[in-house]
Write a new protein. Sequence first.
Length: 190
Amino acid sequence: MTSIAIVVLDTLRYDAFRDAFDWLDGRWFTAAYSTSHRTIPAHASLLTGRYASEVGVHGKSPSLDCDRPVLTERLRDAGYRTRMFTGNPEIYRYDGWERGFDQRVGQASLGLSDDAFDWASFGYDTDREGPLLYLDALLRVLSGDCATLPRFGRGTDCSPGRGSTAAATDSAGESGGPTSATTIFCSPTS
């Protein structure tokens, strides 16, 4: 079974994404368009394959409470182990967005405190803190069971100007990058 990684980065230009993720083997969709300029409805469409309005997700109803199975539920039922790592408060705050995920790590627990995530389960005994600790753990998870992501190490360099997702540099040399990110990883359970 092939591993699947869905990476969603808000407010990031295509060239910055391409330069930061050129190490990622697999199929790239270069002419994909979002169904919305807002995070919640765009993610509802991504997970259901329908417009957000068709599944009842909108500004006054941000929860994902549709009666149809979502992508991650279908992948889990097909034998994939599903994980979400998100720095996006919108996706973690409302009900229903955890559907189909075996593991979900959100903004509030991205390594901001030592007890927010079970670092020992990843074999960590380190003095590193904050997002770099989270990225190190993510690297270990991916390199441990995602054969399609063998060179993930290049993607964890958060140095400004190095083409990283954390600090992309535009053509004028200005540093910028995503305001939030959601990463969904699905890997075969066997």
